[in-house]
Design a protein around this ligand. Sequence first.
Ligand code: NAD
Ligand code: DAU
Length: 347
Amino acid sequence: MNILITGGAGFIGSHVVRRFVSNYPQYHIFNLDALTYAGNLENLRDIEGATNYTFIKGDIVNAELINDLFKNHEFDGVIHLAAESHVDRSITDPLAFVRTNIIGTVNLLNASRDSWKDHKKGKRFYHISTDEVYGSLGSEGLFTETTPYDPNSPYSASKASSDHFVRAYGETYDLPYVLTNCSNNYGPNHFPEKLIPLFINNIIESKPLPVYGDGKYTRDWLFVEDHARAIDLVFHKGENRETYNIGGFNEWQNIDLVKLLCQLMDKKVGRPQGTSEQLITYVKDRPGHDLRYAIDADKINKELGWEPSVTFEEGLERTIDWYLENQEWLDNVTSGDYQEYYTKMYN
Ligand code: NAD
Ligand code: DAU
Protein backbone atom coordinates (compact mmCIF):
# COMPACT_ATOMS: atom_id res chain seq x y z
CA MET A 1 0.00 0.00 0.00
CA ASN A 2 1.14 3.52 -0.80
CA ILE A 3 -0.37 5.89 1.77
CA LEU A 4 -0.40 9.66 1.52
CA ILE A 5 -0.48 11.43 4.89
CA THR A 6 -0.96 15.20 4.64
CA GLY A 7 0.20 17.56 7.38
CA GLY A 8 2.55 14.91 8.76
CA ALA A 9 5.09 17.46 10.01
CA GLY A 10 2.53 19.05 12.34
CA PHE A 11 1.50 18.12 15.86
CA ILE A 12 -0.94 15.22 15.37
CA GLY A 13 0.35 14.35 11.91
CA SER A 14 3.87 13.63 13.18
CA HIS A 15 2.51 11.13 15.72
CA VAL A 16 0.40 9.47 13.00
CA VAL A 17 3.35 9.30 10.55
CA ARG A 18 5.63 7.79 13.22
CA ARG A 19 3.02 5.18 14.12
CA PHE A 20 2.40 4.12 10.51
CA VAL A 21 6.09 4.10 9.48
CA SER A 22 7.04 2.05 12.57
CA ASN A 23 4.08 -0.36 12.70
CA TYR A 24 3.57 -1.04 9.00
CA PRO A 25 6.89 -1.76 7.26
CA GLN A 26 4.88 -3.24 4.36
CA TYR A 27 3.34 0.21 3.61
CA HIS A 28 5.14 3.12 2.02
CA ILE A 29 4.25 6.35 3.78
CA PHE A 30 4.40 9.63 1.84
CA ASN A 31 4.23 12.68 4.07
CA LEU A 32 3.06 15.77 2.16
CA ASP A 33 3.49 19.00 4.13
CA ALA A 34 3.94 22.65 3.14
CA LEU A 35 6.01 23.29 6.30
CA THR A 36 4.05 26.35 7.36
CA TYR A 37 4.91 27.91 10.74
CA ALA A 38 3.20 24.84 12.32
CA GLY A 39 5.11 22.19 10.38
CA ASN A 40 8.48 21.07 11.66
CA LEU A 41 10.66 18.24 10.36
CA GLU A 42 12.36 18.13 13.78
CA ASN A 43 9.20 16.29 14.89
CA LEU A 44 10.19 13.31 12.72
CA ARG A 45 13.99 13.12 13.08
CA ASP A 46 13.79 9.60 14.58
CA ILE A 47 12.08 8.05 11.54
CA GLU A 48 13.26 10.24 8.65
CA GLY A 49 15.79 7.61 7.49
CA ALA A 50 13.26 4.73 7.36
CA THR A 51 13.16 2.95 3.98
CA ASN A 52 9.33 3.01 3.91
CA TYR A 53 9.13 6.79 4.37
CA THR A 54 9.29 9.72 1.93
CA PHE A 55 8.81 13.39 2.76
CA ILE A 56 7.41 15.71 0.08
CA LYS A 57 7.36 19.46 0.64
CA GLY A 58 4.26 20.82 -1.07
CA ASP A 59 1.04 22.77 -0.71
CA ILE A 60 -2.34 21.01 -0.96
CA VAL A 61 -3.78 24.18 -2.50
CA ASN A 62 -1.65 23.48 -5.60
CA ALA A 63 -3.97 21.21 -7.66
CA GLU A 64 -1.36 20.49 -10.33
CA LEU A 65 1.12 19.23 -7.75
CA ILE A 66 -1.54 17.05 -6.10
CA ASN A 67 -2.63 15.51 -9.42
CA ASP A 68 1.00 14.77 -10.37
CA LEU A 69 1.66 13.10 -7.01
CA PHE A 70 -1.38 10.85 -7.45
CA LYS A 71 -0.24 9.91 -11.00
CA ASN A 72 3.33 9.17 -9.90
CA HIS A 73 2.62 7.21 -6.73
CA GLU A 74 -0.82 5.60 -7.18
CA PHE A 75 -1.87 6.10 -3.56
CA ASP A 76 -4.18 3.46 -2.08
CA GLY A 77 -5.10 5.56 0.91
CA VAL A 78 -5.10 9.19 2.01
CA ILE A 79 -5.02 10.28 5.66
CA HIS A 80 -5.72 13.98 5.49
CA LEU A 81 -4.57 16.09 8.44
CA ALA A 82 -3.05 19.16 6.75
CA ALA A 83 -4.92 22.24 7.91
CA GLU A 84 -4.72 25.67 9.37
CA SER A 85 -5.63 24.66 12.90
CA HIS A 86 -5.59 27.64 15.28
CA VAL A 87 -8.90 29.38 16.06
CA ASP A 88 -7.25 32.72 16.98
CA ARG A 89 -5.39 32.88 13.66
CA SER A 90 -8.66 32.15 11.83
CA ILE A 91 -10.15 35.27 13.41
CA THR A 92 -7.40 37.49 11.97
CA ASP A 93 -6.98 35.72 8.60
CA PRO A 94 -10.06 33.66 7.61
CA LEU A 95 -9.04 33.33 3.94
CA ALA A 96 -5.94 31.31 4.80
CA PHE A 97 -8.36 28.79 6.36
CA VAL A 98 -10.62 28.80 3.30
CA ARG A 99 -7.62 28.10 1.07
CA THR A 100 -6.02 25.23 2.94
CA ASN A 101 -8.97 23.68 4.75
CA ILE A 102 -11.55 23.91 1.96
CA ILE A 103 -9.76 24.30 -1.40
CA GLY A 104 -6.87 22.04 -0.30
CA THR A 105 -9.31 19.33 0.79
CA VAL A 106 -11.30 19.56 -2.45
CA ASN A 107 -8.05 19.25 -4.46
CA LEU A 108 -7.26 16.02 -2.61
CA LEU A 109 -10.82 14.75 -3.10
CA ASN A 110 -10.67 15.45 -6.86
CA ALA A 111 -7.35 13.66 -7.23
CA SER A 112 -8.59 10.65 -5.20
CA ARG A 113 -11.85 10.46 -7.18
CA ASP A 114 -10.04 10.61 -10.53
CA SER A 115 -7.32 8.17 -9.66
CA TRP A 116 -9.67 5.59 -8.05
CA LYS A 117 -12.61 5.89 -10.45
CA ASP A 118 -12.14 2.45 -12.04
CA HIS A 119 -10.89 0.53 -9.01
CA LYS A 120 -12.33 1.65 -5.67
CA LYS A 121 -11.86 -1.61 -3.80
CA GLY A 122 -9.34 -1.26 -0.98
CA LYS A 123 -9.10 2.50 -1.45
CA ARG A 124 -9.87 4.94 1.34
CA PHE A 125 -9.96 8.73 1.89
CA TYR A 126 -9.71 9.42 5.61
CA HIS A 127 -10.59 12.98 6.62
CA ILE A 128 -9.47 14.10 10.09
CA SER A 129 -11.80 16.70 11.58
CA THR A 130 -12.72 18.36 14.81
CA ASP A 131 -15.52 18.48 17.38
CA GLU A 132 -15.65 22.27 16.85
CA VAL A 133 -17.90 21.75 13.79
CA TYR A 134 -20.75 20.97 16.22
CA GLY A 135 -20.56 24.44 17.79
CA SER A 136 -20.92 24.98 21.51
CA LEU A 137 -22.62 22.97 24.28
CA GLY A 138 -24.30 24.41 27.34
CA SER A 139 -23.48 22.90 30.72
CA GLU A 140 -25.23 19.61 29.82
CA GLY A 141 -25.01 17.07 27.00
CA LEU A 142 -22.40 15.61 24.66
CA PHE A 143 -21.67 15.82 20.92
CA THR A 144 -22.71 12.65 19.07
CA GLU A 145 -22.19 11.78 15.41
CA THR A 146 -25.71 13.05 14.64
CA THR A 147 -25.41 16.43 16.39
CA PRO A 148 -26.20 19.09 13.74
CA TYR A 149 -23.27 21.17 12.52
CA ASP A 150 -23.22 24.69 13.99
CA PRO A 151 -19.69 26.13 13.62
CA ASN A 152 -18.90 29.49 15.25
CA SER A 153 -15.35 30.42 14.21
CA PRO A 154 -13.84 30.80 10.73
CA TYR A 155 -11.67 27.76 11.61
CA SER A 156 -14.62 25.53 12.52
CA ALA A 157 -16.67 26.85 9.57
CA SER A 158 -13.83 25.88 7.20
CA LYS A 159 -13.52 22.42 8.79
CA ALA A 160 -17.31 21.95 8.65
CA SER A 161 -17.24 22.87 4.98
CA SER A 162 -14.47 20.36 4.29
CA ASP A 163 -16.46 17.64 6.12
CA HIS A 164 -19.49 18.40 3.92
CA PHE A 165 -17.35 18.14 0.78
CA VAL A 166 -16.02 14.75 1.87
CA ARG A 167 -19.55 13.41 2.43
CA ALA A 168 -20.74 14.97 -0.84
CA TYR A 169 -17.95 13.16 -2.76
CA GLY A 170 -19.11 9.92 -1.15
CA GLU A 171 -22.70 10.51 -2.30
CA THR A 172 -21.96 12.00 -5.71
CA TYR A 173 -18.91 10.06 -6.88
CA ASP A 174 -19.07 7.01 -4.61
CA LEU A 175 -15.71 7.99 -3.13
CA PRO A 176 -14.78 5.56 -0.32
CA TYR A 177 -14.23 7.67 2.78
CA VAL A 178 -14.21 7.69 6.58
CA LEU A 179 -14.36 10.78 8.78
CA THR A 180 -13.55 11.41 12.44
CA ASN A 181 -14.26 14.40 14.68
CA CYS A 182 -11.94 14.61 17.66
CA SER A 183 -11.75 16.72 20.81
CA ASN A 184 -8.75 18.78 22.02
CA ASN A 185 -5.44 16.94 21.75
CA TYR A 186 -2.38 17.60 23.90
CA GLY A 187 1.10 16.08 24.11
CA PRO A 188 4.66 16.40 22.78
CA ASN A 189 5.34 18.47 19.62
CA HIS A 190 2.29 20.72 20.13
CA PHE A 191 2.99 24.21 18.77
CA PRO A 192 3.11 26.74 21.65
CA GLU A 193 0.22 28.87 20.39
CA LYS A 194 -2.36 26.44 21.84
CA LEU A 195 -3.34 26.57 25.52
CA ILE A 196 -1.25 23.78 27.11
CA PRO A 197 2.11 24.22 25.30
CA LEU A 198 1.79 28.04 25.36
CA PHE A 199 1.30 28.01 29.12
CA ILE A 200 4.12 25.48 29.70
CA ASN A 201 6.47 27.73 27.70
CA ASN A 202 5.30 30.87 29.53
CA ILE A 203 5.74 29.20 32.93
CA ILE A 204 9.29 28.18 31.97
CA GLU A 205 9.95 31.82 31.02
CA SER A 206 7.96 33.25 33.99
CA LYS A 207 5.71 35.18 31.58
CA PRO A 208 2.00 36.00 32.20
CA LEU A 209 -0.53 33.20 31.51
CA PRO A 210 -3.28 34.88 29.44
CA VAL A 211 -6.59 33.21 30.41
CA TYR A 212 -9.41 34.33 28.09
CA GLY A 213 -12.57 35.75 29.69
CA ASP A 214 -13.51 34.22 33.04
CA GLY A 215 -11.61 30.97 32.37
CA LYS A 216 -14.79 28.91 32.75
CA TYR A 217 -14.70 27.54 29.20
CA THR A 218 -14.58 23.75 29.05
CA ARG A 219 -12.65 21.41 26.77
CA ASP A 220 -12.37 17.59 26.58
CA TRP A 221 -8.66 16.65 26.45
CA LEU A 222 -7.14 13.59 24.77
CA PHE A 223 -3.46 12.53 24.71
CA VAL A 224 -2.22 12.77 21.12
CA GLU A 225 -0.95 9.16 20.95
CA ASP A 226 -4.45 7.94 21.80
CA HIS A 227 -5.78 9.96 18.86
CA ALA A 228 -3.10 8.45 16.57
CA ARG A 229 -4.14 4.97 17.74
CA ALA A 230 -7.78 5.77 16.98
CA ILE A 231 -6.79 7.01 13.50
CA ASP A 232 -4.91 3.74 12.85
CA LEU A 233 -8.00 1.76 13.92
CA VAL A 234 -10.50 3.77 11.88
CA PHE A 235 -8.24 3.71 8.79
CA HIS A 236 -8.06 -0.10 8.91
CA LYS A 237 -11.38 -1.11 10.47
CA GLY A 238 -13.81 1.82 10.14
CA GLU A 239 -16.95 1.28 8.04
CA ASN A 240 -17.00 2.96 4.65
CA ARG A 241 -18.88 6.31 4.70
CA GLU A 242 -19.10 6.35 8.51
CA THR A 243 -18.24 9.13 10.95
CA TYR A 244 -16.77 8.44 14.39
CA ASN A 245 -16.40 10.89 17.27
CA ILE A 246 -13.18 10.60 19.28
CA GLY A 247 -12.76 12.11 22.76
CA GLY A 248 -11.04 11.74 26.08
CA PHE A 249 -14.01 11.50 28.49
CA ASN A 250 -11.94 14.17 30.22
CA GLU A 251 -13.58 17.58 30.63
CA TRP A 252 -11.75 20.46 32.28
CA GLN A 253 -12.62 24.10 32.78
CA ASN A 254 -9.64 26.10 31.50
CA ILE A 255 -8.93 27.75 34.84
CA ASP A 256 -8.82 24.41 36.71
CA LEU A 257 -6.54 22.94 34.06
CA VAL A 258 -4.25 25.98 34.21
CA LYS A 259 -4.02 25.74 38.01
CA LEU A 260 -3.16 22.03 37.79
CA LEU A 261 -0.51 22.80 35.18
CA CYS A 262 0.95 25.49 37.45
CA GLN A 263 1.18 23.06 40.38
CA LEU A 264 2.85 20.36 38.28
CA MET A 265 5.27 22.83 36.73
CA ASP A 266 6.28 24.26 40.12
CA LYS A 267 7.09 20.72 41.25
CA LYS A 268 9.00 19.86 38.05
CA VAL A 269 11.15 22.99 37.94
CA GLY A 270 11.67 23.15 41.71
CA ARG A 271 9.82 26.41 42.45
CA PRO A 272 7.78 26.93 45.67
CA GLN A 273 4.13 25.85 45.20
CA GLY A 274 2.01 28.86 44.17
CA THR A 275 4.76 30.58 42.16
CA SER A 276 3.34 29.86 38.70
CA GLU A 277 -0.28 30.56 39.70
CA GLN A 278 0.76 34.17 40.30
CA LEU A 279 1.37 34.42 36.56
CA ILE A 280 -2.33 33.86 35.77
CA THR A 281 -3.73 36.97 34.06
CA TYR A 282 -7.32 37.29 32.85
CA VAL A 283 -7.38 38.91 29.42
CA LYS A 284 -9.97 39.97 26.82
CA ASP A 285 -12.09 37.06 25.64
CA ARG A 286 -11.79 35.33 22.25
CA PRO A 287 -14.64 36.59 20.00
CA GLY A 288 -17.27 33.88 19.42
CA HIS A 289 -15.64 31.74 22.13
CA ASP A 290 -17.38 28.33 22.36
CA LEU A 291 -18.40 27.64 25.96
CA ARG A 292 -18.03 23.89 26.11
CA TYR A 293 -17.01 20.91 23.98
CA ALA A 294 -17.55 17.32 25.13
CA ILE A 295 -17.56 14.19 23.03
CA ASP A 296 -19.67 11.07 23.26
CA ALA A 297 -17.16 8.48 21.99
CA ASP A 298 -19.53 5.56 22.48
CA LYS A 299 -19.74 4.58 18.81
CA ILE A 300 -15.98 4.10 18.25
CA ASN A 301 -15.83 2.34 21.61
CA LYS A 302 -18.66 -0.13 20.87
CA GLU A 303 -17.94 -0.72 17.18
CA LEU A 304 -14.13 -0.66 17.07
CA GLY A 305 -13.18 -1.23 20.72
CA TRP A 306 -11.26 2.04 21.09
CA GLU A 307 -10.91 3.92 24.36
CA PRO A 308 -8.28 6.32 25.71
CA SER A 309 -5.35 4.48 27.30
CA VAL A 310 -3.40 7.37 28.85
CA THR A 311 -4.83 9.04 31.96
CA PHE A 312 -4.76 12.85 32.07
CA GLU A 313 -2.32 12.81 35.01
CA GLU A 314 0.11 10.56 33.09
CA GLY A 315 -0.37 12.42 29.80
CA LEU A 316 0.21 15.85 31.34
CA GLU A 317 3.31 14.62 33.14
CA ARG A 318 4.71 13.09 29.92
CA THR A 319 3.92 16.32 28.08
CA ILE A 320 5.63 18.56 30.63
CA ASP A 321 8.68 16.26 30.75
CA TRP A 322 8.91 16.35 26.95
CA TYR A 323 8.95 20.17 26.85
CA LEU A 324 11.50 20.39 29.66
CA GLU A 325 13.74 17.86 27.88
CA ASN A 326 13.32 19.54 24.48
CA GLN A 327 14.12 23.15 25.29
CA GLU A 328 15.99 23.43 21.97
CA TRP A 329 12.81 22.47 20.05
CA LEU A 330 10.91 25.14 21.99
CA ASP A 331 13.64 27.75 21.42
CA ASN A 332 13.66 27.02 17.67
CA VAL A 333 9.89 27.31 17.22
CA THR A 334 9.55 30.39 19.42
CA SER A 335 12.20 32.46 17.66
CA GLY A 336 11.52 34.66 14.60
CA ASP A 337 7.90 34.90 13.41
CA TYR A 338 6.53 33.54 16.70
CA GLN A 339 7.65 36.67 18.55
CA GLU A 340 5.77 38.85 16.09
CA TYR A 341 2.63 36.68 16.41
CA TYR A 342 2.87 36.76 20.21
CA THR A 343 3.21 40.53 20.40
CA LYS A 344 0.28 41.09 18.03
CA MET A 345 -1.92 38.57 19.83
CA TYR A 346 -1.24 39.30 23.50
CA ASN A 347 0.16 42.85 23.85
P1 NAD B 1 -0.95 21.65 13.17
O1 NAD B 1 -1.30 23.08 12.91
O2 NAD B 1 -0.03 21.31 14.28
O3 NAD B 1 -0.34 21.00 11.85
C1 NAD B 1 -0.85 21.24 10.58
C2 NAD B 1 0.16 20.75 9.55
O4 NAD B 1 -0.38 20.98 8.24
C3 NAD B 1 1.50 21.49 9.61
O5 NAD B 1 2.57 20.57 9.50
C4 NAD B 1 1.46 22.41 8.40
O6 NAD B 1 2.74 22.68 7.85
C5 NAD B 1 0.61 21.61 7.43
N1 NAD B 1 -0.08 22.46 6.45
C6 NAD B 1 -0.79 23.60 6.70
N2 NAD B 1 -1.24 24.12 5.54
C7 NAD B 1 -0.83 23.28 4.55
C8 NAD B 1 -0.99 23.27 3.15
N3 NAD B 1 -1.68 24.26 2.52
N4 NAD B 1 -0.46 22.27 2.43
C9 NAD B 1 0.23 21.27 3.06
N5 NAD B 1 0.45 21.23 4.38
C10 NAD B 1 -0.09 22.23 5.13
O7 NAD B 1 -2.35 20.92 13.33
P2 NAD B 1 -2.78 19.70 14.28
O8 NAD B 1 -3.18 20.25 15.59
O9 NAD B 1 -1.76 18.64 14.20
O10 NAD B 1 -4.12 19.24 13.54
C11 NAD B 1 -4.06 18.28 12.49
C12 NAD B 1 -5.47 18.02 11.98
O11 NAD B 1 -6.27 17.52 13.05
C13 NAD B 1 -6.19 19.28 11.47
O12 NAD B 1 -6.95 18.90 10.35
C14 NAD B 1 -7.08 19.69 12.63
O13 NAD B 1 -8.22 20.35 12.16
C15 NAD B 1 -7.43 18.33 13.21
N6 NAD B 1 -7.74 18.32 14.65
C16 NAD B 1 -6.87 18.89 15.56
C17 NAD B 1 -7.16 18.80 16.92
C18 NAD B 1 -6.23 19.38 17.96
O14 NAD B 1 -6.59 19.42 19.13
N7 NAD B 1 -5.03 19.83 17.62
C19 NAD B 1 -8.34 18.17 17.35
C20 NAD B 1 -9.21 17.63 16.40
C21 NAD B 1 -8.88 17.70 15.06
O1 DAU C 1 -11.65 20.80 19.91
C1 DAU C 1 -10.69 20.49 18.95
C2 DAU C 1 -9.90 21.75 18.62
O2 DAU C 1 -9.09 22.03 19.74
C3 DAU C 1 -9.05 21.61 17.35
O3 DAU C 1 -9.89 21.43 16.25
C4 DAU C 1 -8.19 22.86 17.14
O4 DAU C 1 -7.34 22.66 16.02
C5 DAU C 1 -7.36 23.06 18.39
O5 DAU C 1 -6.59 24.26 18.26
C6 DAU C 1 -8.25 23.16 19.63
O6 DAU C 1 -9.07 24.37 19.61
P1 DAU C 1 -9.31 25.27 20.92
O7 DAU C 1 -9.69 26.62 20.49
O8 DAU C 1 -10.19 24.55 21.88
O9 DAU C 1 -7.80 25.20 21.53
P2 DAU C 1 -6.86 26.32 22.18
O10 DAU C 1 -5.68 25.60 22.74
O11 DAU C 1 -6.61 27.46 21.26
O12 DAU C 1 -7.75 26.87 23.39
C7 DAU C 1 -8.21 25.99 24.40
C8 DAU C 1 -9.02 26.82 25.40
O13 DAU C 1 -8.13 27.73 26.08
C9 DAU C 1 -10.06 27.70 24.73
O14 DAU C 1 -11.20 27.78 25.58
C10 DAU C 1 -9.40 29.06 24.63
C11 DAU C 1 -8.50 29.09 25.87
N1 DAU C 1 -7.25 29.89 25.72
C12 DAU C 1 -6.45 29.63 24.67
C13 DAU C 1 -5.29 30.35 24.48
C14 DAU C 1 -4.39 30.09 23.29
C15 DAU C 1 -6.92 30.84 26.68
O15 DAU C 1 -7.65 31.06 27.66
N2 DAU C 1 -5.77 31.56 26.50
C16 DAU C 1 -4.95 31.38 25.43
O16 DAU C 1 -3.92 32.09 25.31
